[in-house]
Design a binder for this molecule. Structure first.
Ligand code: ADP
Length: 159
């Protein structure tokens, strides 16, 4: 039984994230998606609880997935959940530099391995930060996020 942990800020969760969860759910026996607080990303748009609720709805079509939200170290959460693998998505080469360092740090801390899933080309431009910016200026991002997220962005920015 291999349980994978897919941690991220997910502020907000978008279609690129959904696709990574779908593919991880095929590779592993179960997947836990964790909405986490990222200290480098101050001032989140949605609270951890709001993000968790949106992710639950966005991945409800996938059977072997559960969703949590926590402000803790990723490796501590993985140990707590019995997850032996961390999953991260890769969009572009610059992601790899940051992700490699984080994967090596996590392995040093807890012997846990990270598996990278390369995004499909159609999602490689998608980034939560960009979506937040576009939505805040009234842009329509509904084709790039699950419906529950599009509705939440509309409510937040009054589209
Ligand atoms: P972070 O966790 O670094 O704060 P995010 O919440 O945006 O950043 O992303 C969570 C995870 O999803 C990371 O592994 C990130 O590389 C991955 N990811 C982000 N955008 C995409 C995308 N468009 N396609 C595939 N994976 C993505």
């Amino acid at each position: 039984m291999i349980k994978a942990l897919y941690p991220g800020s997910f502020d907000p969760f978008h279609n690129g994230h959904v696709e990574i969860v779908e593919r991880a759910s095929v590779l592993f026996d179960s997947v836990v998606v964790a909405a986490m607080r990222n200290p480098q990303k101050a001032d989140p748009l949605f609270s951890l609880e709001e993000r968790q609720e949106m992710i639950v709805e966005a991945v409800c079509h996938i059977k072997n997935v559960e969703v949590v939200s926590l402000s803790t170290l990723v490796v501590d959460l993985a140990n707590q959940l019995g997850a032996s693998v961390i999953v991260r998505g890769l969009r572009v080469v610059s992601d790899f530099e940051v992700e490699l360092q984080m994967a090596q740090m996590n392995r040093k801390l807890s012997d846990i391995d990270t598996v990278f899933i390369p995004t499909s080309a159609e999602y490689s431009f998608l980034a939560s930060k960009l979506l937040r910016e576009v939505a805040s200026f009234g842009g329509n991002v509904s084709a790039m996020v699950p419906k529950v997220v599009a509705d939440a962005l509309d409510a937040r920015f009054g589209r």
